[in-house]
Design a binder for this molecule. Structure first.
Ligand code: ATP
Ligand code: MG
Length: 154
């Protein structure tokens, strides 16, 4: 069955908020048509919980975390933006490699596997992931996932 993405995200966000006891302000909005999207629920949970955990972990208490979902004809686009510590420019190229971590996160625990796992799961869906970050300003991760199950019947 196709996934109800709005429902999916509202569950995920409330789980994260429970776990982190409202340390951050989540803002979720969606636009466009994201009906007819099929994906593996387990992998999608992995993708988005990794990104939410990063946004929480690397931004200050009370920080705003914006999640945006938009649906187009043939793909859904999701972005998550935080107002956190950002990533030094020179560290930004290798972050999707296993065990790579930024030089500014020494005091914050992590294994450096989250983004590598996330990228692999996105690619298993035929999608793509990009990251933009400004040191001391924040980070934005964008994911495009195709609605590739849709096939014209002949
Ligand atoms: P874990 O395996 O527990 O997720 P991690 O968070 O260190 O550990 P990744 O999620 O792969 O590993 O992220 C890799 C690195 O990218 C992080 O160590 C951090 O330096 C940087 N990073 C990722 N997301 C953010 C973010 N939202 N803000 C700032 N830095 C980030
Ligand atoms: Mg992580």
């Amino acid at each position: 069955i196709p996934l109800d993405l709005e429902q999916f995200f509202s569950v995920l966000i409330s789980e994260q908020q429970q776990f982190f006891s409202d340390r951050h302000e989540f803002i979720f909005n969606s636009s466009g048509n994201h009906k007819g999207f099929w994906g593996d629920q387990g992998l999608l949970r992995l993708i988005f919980s990794n990104l939410m955990t990063n946004a929480i972990k690397y931004s200050p208490q009370g920080g705003k975390i914006e999640l945006h979902l938009t649906g187009q004809e043939s793909e859904v686009i999701f972005s998550i933006q935080d107002q956190g510590i950002g990533i030094p420019i020179e560290d930004q190229t290798n972050l999707f490699q296993p065990f790579c971590r930024g030089s500014n996160v020494d005091t914050i625990p992590g294994t450096g596997l989250g983004l590598a796992i996330t990228k692999a799961c996105v690619e298993l869906h035929g999608g793509s992931i990009t990251l933009e970050s400004q040191p001391d300003q924040g980070t934005k991760v964008t994911i495009c996932l195709p609605k590739q199950h849709i096939q014209e019947s002949s």
